[in-house]
Design a protein around this ligand. Sequence first.
Ligand code: SF4
Length: 289
Amino acid sequence: MKNIEAKTILSKLNDSDWLFGISYSMNLYRGCQHGCIYCDSRSTCYHVENFDELEVKQNAIQLLEKELRKKRVKATIGTGSMNDPYMPIERKLGLTRRALEVLVKYRWPFHIITKGVLVERDIDLLKKASEVYAAVSFTVTTANDDLSRLIEPGAPVSSGRLACMKKLADAGIYTGVTLMPVLPYINDSLVEITELIHQCKENGAQYVLVWLGMTLREGQREYFYAGLDKHFPGLANTYRQKFGKDYSCAIPEADQKMAEITKLCQKLDLPMKMNFYNPPRVVQLDLFG
Ligand code: SF4
């Protein structure tokens, strides 16, 4: 692990994100301890030199205060796309917690995406933040804990994440599941996805965001195939033949499966879209009315 000085902490997205409702991304760390074999953040296009050496942006909190003070219009800040804000090191460093304290102080909306059950520690802050807007999405890719241990070796198992989501939901926090990526031939059976969606509902999910595929980019692909060779011998060749250098890989029969999933979510009254931050309307005083 190494401490670094960052130049900025909030990155403005070109377009507001239609899936997660995020306008800014915030990464307090670089690299991630969860070690998912399919991790997109390893792609060379992100220019993270050594993803396995964790870097801590030690001036992150000062930068965050400074940058928030300069902004006039509030919009949702997302964290958890390039690394997990609740990976094991966070228990010791508390950087995510301190960042949330700043967001609560300045009343900024945020959306956390995580596989980490440590988020439970911050329920007090999440409750305060909910007066403005706070969403916590748990990434859960399989209902099978043994499979989650293989493909997400450094993260808490799926059942632990779902149980943590239940605690947040019971505390009144807006929370749900990002069911992605779905890896071709690994976690893509409709029976298993159906089971997982039922578990999401039982554990208090207020939405489930489903993507029946994965990215496979330079850098990410090599690491993923090494993981396949270790845990699913022969499967990397199937991927090579079927997907070649494709950037986005859909699971077999994705459309039919999505239609079944949509029906199931409707039956369970489980939205497949999340509610976004709704800025308060500015009331115009009509001085001459
Ligand atoms: S939790 Fe996310 S960022 Fe971390 S290794 Fe897994 S996929 Fe990558």
